[in-house]
Design a protein around this ligand. Structure first.
Ligand SMILES: *Cc1c(COP(=O)(O)O)cnc(C)c1O
Length: 343
């Protein structure tokens, strides 16, 4: 099999469910809608980083390392899950937290992911927004080495050719589930940030010669930059897989129309999408990634981007822990009228 020769630990409850979104579809219309529940990967409230960490932690252990060092925003899901993975394998963790989001409040600084980072015993240091976080992690690693530790630095979001293997695995898993159900998935929609999720999916589908299109909704960068990052990492992931040269540039797409004012900053569409999924499906999205991705998918349904007969899968990448860091956006909205949220 595609991934057999790569060291891997078990951290995720896979296969994650593939479920229909019929109640959402009754409100927004459009193609057949499915949700791939990678918010249920099981590790520390779940999310996409669990799949990447299976390969990253295995690599750290193979190298005899004892401390995971990684960067993220203050409400980083990746940091929370890295801290939990470290705990699971008896490793230490140190996070370099970038103050990337302006105008935050006490909930953002102390609740949600950051609360859980503390609970998992993760050390942390802060750097200003826009800092070179890779350099900051290298400095932390030097410091740890000087004290006799063996650090393993994980790039932001676990997005490198080792971590992206987790989403090659997800591509294999999804095609398997689709064939069991007798459906042909045409598209996968998800929020794209540090790009390992999309790059892994693109490299996986290419290696499997599958025509499934990956529709990235950018949560941070303009289209050109995001697509460039995804394409570069998808090519390097394909090389690592032994399928170099299979990724075509035109298979990489990221829509930057739903970022709003910036990474981690709320938009009306995000708040409506999070609220709509909660009230039609009982599913929790998040304010930074899956909420904006869902806002994008709903808008594209409204614009007729997807054919009526398509089977479109929304990949739920997790993140609902950070709802508690954005309490003011959702508290006290008892309006029961779902129709108001119809696009
Ligand atoms: C990290 C993250 C993403 C983005 O995945 P990348 O691989 O960084 O592009 C999407 N959703 C959630 C909830 C995340 O934590």
């Amino acid at each position: 099999m595609l991934l057999d020769r790569f060291p891997r630990v078990s951290l995720s409850h896979a296969p994650t469910p593939l479920e229909p979104l019929d109640r959402l579809r009754s409100v927004v219309g459009g193609p057949r809608l499915w949700i791939k529940r990678d918010d249920c990967t099981g590790l520390a409230q779940g999310g996409n980083k669990a799949r990447k960490l299976e390969f990253l932690v295995a690599d750290a252990l193979a190298q005899g390392c004892d401390t995971l060092v990684t960067p993220g925003a203050v409400q980083s899901n990746h940091v929370r899950m890295t801290a939990a993975a470290a705990a699971r394998f008896g490793l230490k963790a140190h996070a370099v937290l970038e103050r990337r989001v302006p105008d935050t409040d006490a909930d953002y600084e102390e609740n949600g992911n950051i609360l859980l980072d503390d609970l998992f015993g993760c050390a942390r240091s802060y750097v200003p927004g826009g800092s070179d976080v890779a350099a900051a992690c290298a400095a932390v690693a030097d410091d740890l080495r000087a004290k006799g530790a063996k650090p393993y630095v994980i790039s932001g979001g676990g997005s490198n050719p080792v971590g992206a293997l987790g989403y090659v695995a997800c591509a294999v898993e999804l095609l398997d589930q689709a064939s069991q159900r007798g459906i042909t998935v045409t598209r996968v929609v998800h929020g794209t940030g540090s790009s390992g999720t999309q790059a892994g999916l693109v490299a996986g589908f290419a290696a499997l010669r599958s025509p499934v299109e990956v529709f990235g909704v950018s949560v941070r960068h303009p289209r050109e930059k995001q697509e460039g990052m995804v394409f570069d990492l998808a090519c390097r992931t394909a090389d690592h897989l032994g399928h170099g040269g299979t990724v075509q540039r035109e298979r990489v797409f990221a829509d930057d129309g739903y970022v709003g004012p910036g990474y981690g900053q709320p938009t009306r569409g995000m708040v409506d999408a999070v609220t709509l999924l909660a009230r039609t499906e009982g599913i929790l999205l998040d304010p930074v990634y899956s909420g904006k991705a869902m806002a994008g998918m709903i808008d594209h349904i409204r614009r007729g981007t997807f054919g009526e007969n398509e089977h479109v899968v929304f990949l739920h990448t997790g993140g609902s822990t950070s709802l508690f860091g954005y309490k003011h956006l959702f508290l006290g909205a008892p309006d029961q009228d779902v129709a108001r949220l119809r696009p």
